[in-house]
Design a binder for this molecule. Structure first.
Ligand code: PLP
Length: 763
């Protein structure tokens, strides 16, 4: 743990056993002893070698007993991925010999299989020139394989790969039913069952099946990484994946991983009941699961479990909480020192779960999925602690007003909040003193979040506004207005009728008074005919001949790195030319522009910053091209818009660089120096308030969540030289935010590389 005080120091609860496990102390000890005293090479014929060989022989004997393999071979591998290669190469090399020209063959795998399986099938199918068609076997809503599909397809299959237990959901397959279906329709097909998540979680009697190959992995059950084993049925064809010195009877060459085997033996003995150390019984595991389910349901009443418990091992729970992405729940749990995972840890860049998609779950479930997994070494104390911790997490959400009615006083909002969904933004402008707020460009995904937030903060909504009729997404303006402003009459973009107006420098503006700020309306047609901008500015007093604008909400007129496209039916590049010049006149070069899109995580911009990277905008504003030239250039640009994400309509052609900013990276050693130098750096925790509340380093006394970054930038505009160091959970949010600030001229902004994970590990 950290040598600095973390304000709430909760012990780590590791609930991600399906990704990997801690090595059990007894297993670690066995590995260490083997390294130190039984270090021999099992192939050597001297006594040291013979002693090493006995370690290996014992491990093999115990492995066979554990998986119920009274016949067949067990070889030791580096892990399951190697076992999978071995099985696939063995099966395909043998199958190739018996292929008949002109016949169509297939390779079958379960749709919810770990990626190691389909990827290896694809790889070796090509490399070995088998060229069979690779087909995914569908699963039903419960995750069970489609037996009819198998019955129809398996007669033409060279190999079929299924899994005993799914790593994301814990769903197990009915092996004996599978066995019957496969063999009834093809007695000769090679069958691999990935048993990685089954070891120690269910009874395996492998010799009672016709499984040809079964890979296992040590690190999923308390042995170290780098050791695994594979079962090969007696008589099943075999081709070594690793050739060489002929170890493992020539089946797998290379000097054996004896420490790994010794550790595995300790686990096998525990599973076989041959050890004083005991795992908890399966009944207890069911009890643990029920306790966790109850705690989650109580803390998050809307929680949805993404699998049925009847066909799942008790050690895995996969759930989604409506309104929260996987990332948000991960961040929350991590802040409470509970380690869980989103989707599959092996493909953590993916924000949705292909397993849940294959089961036909709704998109939101897949995007919000959280996997919580424990193992048979779990204790009652840890489960109790986990349940308390889950309750604490739910409570913490109250600090961000993401959940209400949980007895938590949320910090009162004041100023600007930015919400993002994909590449789109919504903005909430709050005046704390008058408890009033305005929402701009509300995204439909955020309806419930706005609802909870307004209620939790006790805010009165003055208007819900759209900057234009959005082509790429629906606005939830009407829904919010109906709920919160039933009495208000407004135009179709939400501007209330009969608002007061003010004239500044010959231009008359209508405005909404929001406490000590005015939201002024300005027509800025171009992107669409109806495009308007809202300018949050100081109230105008007699004699003012300029507006003092804090934020410009320009919709899609000026985007980050681009201009709004003008090739829609209601677009007009000609009008945009005037709107750009008008905006520049009114808001100037340095006012923060709050756009309705942020495709590249830049949060906000200024016209000045845009001019340095958007030549067309610069030409318009410095009046060095004509209106006709602008219209022609704009048409060319728009013709090249490519949709980035397939489903999302991109609202402007990106012209600017976004990734060139260098920000300073801090680590433990450089951080202290920076904080105690002559111009001490301010360290800013940019996680959400609920994460901050659950625990933070006491030296980082300022919390600016990403949703409030734009306001922070606005308030910090006067001093761009102040050294700032941003910190988050993993260093990813802080890096994005630091780059965004650096782009706007903050010259001394950096972040902690690796985030809290790195700061806490030291010491
Ligand atoms: N198969 C399944 C079901 C898994 O869960 C994993 C690991 O996540 C693997 C295979 C790969 O195992 P290893 O890490 O030992 O290569």
């Amino acid at each position: 743990m950290s040598h600095h005080n973390v304000s709430t120091s909760l012990p780590e609860l590791y609930l991600d056993n399906n990704a990997t496990t801690q090595v059990l102390p007894q297993a670690a000890k066995a590995a260490l002893t083997t390294m130190q005293t039984q270090f021999g090479n099992p192939s050597s014929s001297h006594i040291t070698g013979l002693q090493a060989k006995s370690v290996m022989d014992e491990a093999r004997k115990l492995a066979k007993l554990t998986i119920g393999a009274s016949t067949g071979d067990v070889i030791f591998t580096s892990g399951a991925t190697e076992g999978i290669q071995t099985a696939i190469i063995s099966a395909l090399c043998a199958a190739k010999k018996s292929m008949v020209a002109g016949k169509e063959y297939c390779l079958l795998y379960g749709a919810t299989e770990h990626k190691a399986v389909p990827e290896s099938l694809k790889h070796w199918n090509e490399l070995l020139e088998v060229n069979a068609q690779i087909k995914a076997i569908p699963v039903d809503h419960t995750g069970a394989l489609d037996m009819e599909f198998i019955a129809n397809e398996v007669p033409n299959a060279l190999m079929i790969c299924t899994m005993a237990v799914n790593n994301e959901t814990g769903v197990f397959q009915d092996i004996s039913q599978l066995d019957n279906t496969i063999r009834q329709h093809n007695p000769d097909v090679f069958w691999m069952v990935d048993c990685v998540q089954a070891l120690g979680k269910m009874n395996l009697k492998i010799s009672q099946t016709t499984i040809d190959y079964a890979p296992f992995s040590g690190h999923k059950l308390y042995a170290p990484k780098g050791i695994g084993f594979a079962y090969i049925k007696h008589g099943a064809p075999f081709t070594p994946f690793i050739a060489g010195g002929g170890q493992e009877s020539g089946l797998r060459s290379g000097t054996e991983n004896l420490p790994g085997m010794a550790a595995l033996s300790v686990i096998f003995k525990m599973l076989l009941g041959q050890s004083e150390d005991k795992f908890v019984s399966v009944e207890q595991q069911y009890g643990f699961r029920q306790q966790l389910v109850d705690a989650l349901t109580q803390a998050f009443p809307t929680v949805v479990f993404n699998h049925q418990f009847e066909n799942s091992v008790p050690t895995t729970l996969n759930f989604s909480i409506p309104g929260f992405s996987s990332k948000e729940i991960m961040d929350l749990f991590d802040a409470a020192n509970i380690r869980v995972s989103s989707g599959s840890a092996c493909s953590s860049k993916v924000t949705r779960s292909f397993v849940l998609d294959a089961m036909g779950h709704e998109a939101w479930q897949s995007e919000s999925a959280i996997r919580l997994s424990f193992g048979p070494a779990m204790s009652q104390d840890e489960i109790n602690m986990a349940c308390q911790r889950v309750a604490l997490c739910a409570k913490a959400l109250g600090h961000s007003c993401l959940m209400t009615d949980n007895g938590v006083d949320a910090a009162a909002l004041d100023g600007l909040v930015q919400f993002k969904v994909g590449g789109s933004c919504s903005w909430l402008l709050v005046d704390k003193a008058s408890s009033s707020a305005v929402i701009i460009d509300p995204l439909p995904e955020l309806v419930e979040r706005f609802n909870t937030l307004l209620g939790c903060q006790g805010l009165t909504l003055l208007a819900v506004l759209d900057t234009h009729g959005h082509a790429d997404h629906e606005s939830c303006r009407t829904e919010l207005a109906t709920r919160f402003l039933p009495q208000q009459t407004s135009d179709y973009l939400g501007w209330p009728v009969e608002m007061p107006s003010v004239t500044v420098a010959g231009q008359t503006y209508q405005y909404i008074a929001l406490g000590q700020q005015w939201l002024v309306k300005l027509a800025t047609p171009g992107h669409t005919q109806d495009s308007i901008s809202f300018l949050a500015c100081k109230p105008v007093v007699d004699g003012d001949n300029v507006l003092t604008v804090n934020y410009g909400f320009c919709g899609d007129t000026i985007l980050l790195g681009s201009l709004g496209r003008t090739n829609f039916d209601t677009s007009c590049a000609d009008a945009m030319f005037d709107s750009l010049q008008l905006l520049y006149r009114v808001v100037g070069a340095n006012t923060l522009i709050c756009a309705s899109h942020d495709y590249n995580n830049e949060f906000t911009t200024t016209i000045g910053a845009e001019m340095t990277r958007n030549p067309l905008l610069a030409q318009v504003l410095t009046r060095c091209i004509t209106r006709e030239e602008f219209v022609a250039d704009k048409a060319t640009l728009d013709a090249h818009i490519v949709d980035q994400s397939g489903s999302e309509i991109v609202c402007g052609a990106f012209v600017g660089q976004c990734d060139g900013q260098m920000v300073k990276e801090y680590a433990n050693d450089t951080l202290t120096g920076a904080m105690t130098s002559d111009t001490p750096a301010r360290v800013i925790d940019i996680r959400e308030p609920h994460e901050y509340e659950l625990g933070h380093d006491e030296r980082f006394d300022c919390n600016v969540p990403l949703t409030r970054l734009v306001q922070f930038i606005q308030e910090q505009q006067h001093d761009k030289e102040q050294p700032l160091i941003l910190v988050c959970r993993s260093g990813s949010r802080s890096h994005i935010a630091a780059k965004a600030m650096a782009r706007l001229g903050f010259n001394n902004v950096g972040h902690i590389h690796g985030g809290y994970a790195q700061v806490q590990c030291a010491g």
